[in-house]
Design a protein around this ligand. Structure first.
Ligand code: ATP
Length: 148
């Protein structure tokens, strides 16, 4: 199905904002970006990133949507604890959690990002992160235009 990604992101942010103490901001170039995508999976992706950003940071969260040659790039940036370089490759693994003591108080199963990775791969996309300890983390997803 073809959906307006801008609208889907706005809807999802609005819904989650109610349970978030800090502001989720949304930056995008267009008012409409139509994209052929499985809406429910796309929403699930966003929710995984935003829930993590909420758990591991204590400040505003920024969501960026960019369109390039019909491909979309969506980034979720937090200003939280960050992920140490040696753990960055593992966070997408099933059940992997960085530093059990740090994670215990926030709960979680270590499944979120492995699900996110699976969704992105099913859509032929790429997922990666940029992070610095004590500064924050950005999760980035690039999704190719689906052939109609
Ligand atoms: P859940 O399955 O409920 O999301 P989880 O957060 O432990 O639990 P993942 O979402 O897979 O599981 O994340 C794996 C690990 O990566 C987390 O335990 C955490 O250590 C680290 N992590 C994920 N997102 C962030 C983030 N935004 N900032 C810092 N660390 C993060």
């Amino acid at each position: 199905v073809t959906v307006n990604i801008v609208h889907v992101v706005e809807e999802t942010i609005q819904r989650l904002q109610r349970t978030f103490e800090h502001e989720i901001r949304f930056f995008h170039q267009q008012h409409e970006t139509y994209f052929k995508i499985h809406k429910q999976s796309f929403v699930q992706l966003l929710v995984i990133f935003l829930d993590n950003a909420k758990k591991y940071s204590d400040d505003n969260i920024d969501v960026y949507l960019e369109e390039l040659d019909g491909n979309i790039k969506i980034s979720v940036k937090d200003r939280g604890v960050g992920i140490p370089p040696e753990n960055q490759v593992n966070v997408f693994d099933r059940l992997y959690r960085v530093d059990k003591t740090r994670s215990r108080k926030t709960g979680g199963s270590g499944l979120g990002l492995s699900i996110a990775k699976r969704i992105v791969e099913q859509h032929g996309g790429e997922i990666y992160l940029e992070s610095a300890e004590g500064e924050g983390t950005t999760f980035i997803v690039k999704l190719p235009k689906q052939e109609v």
